[in-house]
Design a protein around this ligand. Structure first.
Ligand code: NBP
Length: 519
């Protein structure tokens, strides 16, 4: 490593053009700690991040122009130890063995094509790390394909966008332990740091698939957090009647309390931002009310269903994006459908602001409870042994859902590794029990005013279902048995039962082997 740095220090005083003038021997002597293929927003910044931490980095990209840009940035940002290469063969030849290559190209087919192009020049014991937002079964498939060649594969979720990639993202790797051990010294340095004492926002998530799964659920929670803040904004604007500057100050204020988080922080900044294209008003008011998405929220909801885990808050935030997308239909519907005809309820402003703060906190905790529930179920099913306290720890810095609340969540899962649901952790249970009336007042106000609060309401309904020892599911089970002979269990004795509900019902005989439809 020391020799590599010395060689690199000499090398980095040259420009890209002068690379061409180095002798073949000199170029061949270069041996980098790690390679990065794919130099769009994420790749370029992550390469510079690694180089800033003293690791020698070789970079490559399908279009060579981005290689030049990255090399120039490395030079401008302090002669960082980074070299550009223009072909997969040259790229791989620059890496010390066992070779470690991070791929950051568009997810899907481009990743397969890149693996195909670079793996040709790699050998047994090398490691490929895909940092894209990838559907986890694709990573399992790639792992199996590369395993045949003896190349190890890691699927590493990365969160934090451009800024995080450059200055410290949250990194969620999953793959063979041996491969993880090879990259650990690098990712521990390059990841964001959080906590007191500071710790890197990364760690071993588990076997292949686990890292992408954790990142996928992170994004589902991100959808939920954003929707919750959107609903609070809607109430503040359309029920309380607050202006953008006043709301910005409120969010800024909330950011110094229990709700402290990146998304609350940027919301304050967004609300305060004046329009830069016109002299009139704020940017936020000029933005079309249609939310885009790239699929990770949908995957989370699909996976929740797959694992038979209820995640209504995340599902509500996904549904809200779908409804927002139907702008033209909504505009037409707004001319036909009406909200409540009575006057808006009178609100005590101080009360509702305090209620909203508490409701948002309760719903956020519920959102994490649902997300962690999905990860736990998948981890059990796939035998990944994902550590939920590590997930919370990794999300404390660098990523979009970073929040002070995550330190408490980390502590809850550290205290009880087998915690069945975050809501029943002593600390959170106490907080939510105490704040629930505020939450209920907010949801009631939304309903009475015709302002939808799908995520706040879904979270409250989840809380109200989860906390009750008896639900109306007995009636539903009876209905199932009535129309389909699906049988039922009883509360007072063991066994499977079927009732001859009326004269049309016949004895269905031996019930052995029939179940009442447990999960
Ligand atoms: P993009 O997702 O926009 O992808 C652009 C990169 O993919 C370029 O380097 C491009 O090469 C390369 N590429 C494409 Br497109 N097709 C290719 C092919 N057939 N073969 C080889 N390379 C190909 O980049 P990004 O926004 O930096 O994201 C990279 C990954 O990180 C994605 O999986 C993304 O989901 C994930 N991610 C992004 C963010 C974010 O905030 N942007 C955050 C977290 C994770 P070219 O230059 O030759 O066109």
């Amino acid at each position: 490593m020391f020799l590599t740095i010395l060689l690199f220090a000499a090398f980095c005083t040259t420009t890209l053009e002068s690379i061409q003038t180095l002798s073949t021997n000199e170029i061949n002597r270069m041996s980098c700690d790690i390679g990065l293929y794919g130099l769009a927003v994420m790749g370029q910044n992550f390469a510079l991040n690694m180089a800033s931490h003293g690791f020698t980095v070789a970079v490559c990209n399908r279009s060579p122009s981005k290689v030049d840009t990255t090399v120039q940035r490395a030079k401008d940002e302090g002669d960082l130890p980074l070299i550009g290469t223009k072909s997969p063969e040259e790229f791989i030849s620059k890496l010390s063995k066992p070779r470690k290559v991070v791929i950051l190209v568009q997810a899907g087919k481009p990743v397969d094509l890149t693996i195909e192009a670079i793996s040709e020049f790699m050998e047994e014991g090398d490691v490929i790390i895909d940092g894209g937002n990838e559907w986890f079964p694709n990573q399992i498939r790639r792992h199996e394909e590369l395993e045949k060649k003896g190349i190890m594969f890691i699927g590493m979720g990365i969160s934090g966008g451009e800024e995080g990639a450059r200055n410290g993202p949250s990194l969620m790797p999953g793959g063979p332990r041996k491969a993880y051990d090879l990259i650990e010294p690098i990712i521990m340095k390059c990841a964001a740091k959080a906590g007191d004492p500071e710790e890197p926002c990364t760690g071993y998530c588990g076997p292949i698939g686990a890292g992408n799964y954790v990142k996928m659920v992170h994004n589902g929670i991100e959808y939920g957090d954003m929707q919750l803040i959107g609903e609070v904004y809607d109430i503040l604007k359309n029920i309380v009647g607050m202006g953008n500057d006043e709301m910005a100050t409120l969010f800024e204020d909330w950011n110094s309390g229990d709700l402290e988080s990146y998304l609350i922080e940027i919301t304050a900044k967004i609300l305060a931002r004046k329009d830069d294209l016109t002299d009139d008003g704020y940017v936020v008011d000029k933005i079309l009310d249609k939310t885009g998405m790239k699929g990770t929220g949908r995957w989370t909801v699909q996976e929740a269903a797959e694992q038979s885990v209820a995640a209504p808050l995340i599902a509500a935030s996904l549904d809200s994006r779908y409804i927002s997308g139907r702008k033209e239909e909504r505009v037409a519907a707004s001319k036909v459908l009406q909200g409540p005809s009575n006057e808006m309820p009178q609100v005590d402003k101080d009360q509702i602001l305090s209620d909203l703060q508490q409701a948002l906190y309760c719903a956020k905790v519920t959102s994490y409870a649902q997300g962690m529930g999905i990860i736990q179920a998948a981890s059990d099913k796939n035998e990944w042994d994902v550590d939920l306290s590590l997930c919370a720890k990794m999300w404390r810095g660098g990523c979009i859902i970073r929040a002070s609340l995550l330190s408490k969540i980390t502590a809850a899962f550290e205290k009880n590794k087998d915690l069945q649901n975050l809501l029943v952790d002593e600390t959170f249970a106490e907080e939510i029990n105490a704040r629930q009336m505020a939450w209920r007042r907010v949801v009631s106000l939304g309903v009475a005013s015709g302002i939808a609060t799908p995520a706040l309401s879904a979270a409250l309904s989840y809380f109200d279902q989860y906390r009750r020892d008896r639900l109306p599911a007995n009636l539903i089970q009876a209905q199932r048995d009535f129309f389909g002979g699906h049988t039922y269990n009883r509360v007072d004795r063991d066994g499977t039962f079927h009732c001859l509900w009326d004269e049309t019902h016949k004895d269905i005989g031996d019930l052995t082997g029939r179940t009442a439809g447990e999960l």
